[in-house]
Design a protein around this ligand. Structure first.
Ligand code: ATR
Length: 281
């Protein structure tokens, strides 16, 4: 469908942004719902992010997604925050509304929705190990806590950042040194990678998964490649795995609804569309 002069606009801001799957994802829903709208990549250098936030609503943008490295700056530069943004100190979605820039973090509810979709509810009261302690980890820990996980072990290379997550979310969070990761896996029901390890161009995660129980679910929020070495190792052990497209689709659904007033659906056809887009690169 072509767009008119009144088309509703949104986009994804990042630096770089060319790797983002979000234009494919939102473009799919715009076509599915036959909206007069466009969602575009916005390559914005860090020093240009603040002025861009002033200009984009003036140019008619309803809002934007925010990806690396702008999520913390987006938190500082938005005047109102939803509870998830406040809990994580990071914003991945901005809605421009009546002269205000409202900061949201749809990663938290997106991760929870993905868990409800793909992980047995019986594991939702137990123990999780989260690898990493950056912005994505804060969203994941917030989601796990809101789903009722009793114990979350946060394993990070820089120990102070794992300690900061405990300060943010309380004593159900246990900071664990990176070198103790293998021991932390014993008895864990969920393992979630939020680090950039395993992403194309980065070193692989090198963990021994043998101490994970047979019912454990291994989740990677990385989606490039779709099957990371961590997920391959988990499959070899016969464990259930979840790749990064689940969280990506669910966080996007909430952002789309905020800008365009339509609740799109996460479906197997959408997933197949994204898998094909990843393979085409
Ligand atoms: P995001 O917002 O995606 O979470 P981030 O805040 O930059 O991005 O966090 C990246 C995470 O990957 C951090 O936990 C980082 O560990 P440090 O806190 O020690 O930096 C982790 N990470 C990145 N490269 C790593 C590596 N080579 N080994 C171990 N952890 C790594």
């Amino acid at each position: 469908m072509t767009i008119s002069g009144e088309a509703k606009l949104a986009g994804v801001s990042g630096w770089p942004v060319a790797h983002s799957l979000s234009p494919r994802l939102h473009g799919y829903w715009i076509a599915e719902h036959r909206l007069d709208a466009a969602y575009v990549p916005l390559a914005i250098a860090p020093e240009d992010f603040a002025p861009a936030l002033t200009m984009l609503p003036k140019l008619g943008f309803r809002g934007i997604n925010v990806t690396l490295p702008h999520k913390e700056a987006a938190f500082r530069l938005t005047s109102e925050h939803d509870p998830a943004a406040l809990a994580t100190g990071a914003v991945n979605t901005i809605v421009f509304d009546k002269g205000k820039a409202i900061g949201r973090n749809t990663d938290v509810l997106g991760f929870s929705a993905m868990l409800r979709d793909q992980v047995p509810q019986s594991l939702m009261s137990k123990t999780a190990v989260v690898l990493g302690a950056g912005g994505a980890a804060r969203a994941v820990v917030g989601a796990l806590q809101s789903m009722g996980l009793a114990h979350v072990k946060v394993v990070n290379r820089t120990p102070e950042k794992a300690v900061a997550i405990r300060e943010l979310f309380g004593t159900s969070v246990d900071p664990i040194p990176w070198n103790d990761a293998n021991a932390a896996l014993a008895g864990a029901d969920l393992l979630v990678n939020t680090t950039s390890l395993g992403m194309r161009g980065q070193p692989d995660l090198d963990f021994d998964l043998s101490s994970l129980p047979g019912h454990a679910v291994v989740i990677d929020i990385v989606y490039r490649p779709l099957e990371t070495t961590l997920l391959t190792q988990a499959k070899h052990r016969g464990l259930r795995t979840v790749d990064g497209l689940g969280m990506l689709m669910h966080q996007a659904r909430l952002a789309f609804a905020g800008w365009f007033g339509v609740e799109p659906k996460v479906t197997p056809t959408l997933r197949a569309h994204l898998v094909a887009a990843l393979k085409a690169r």
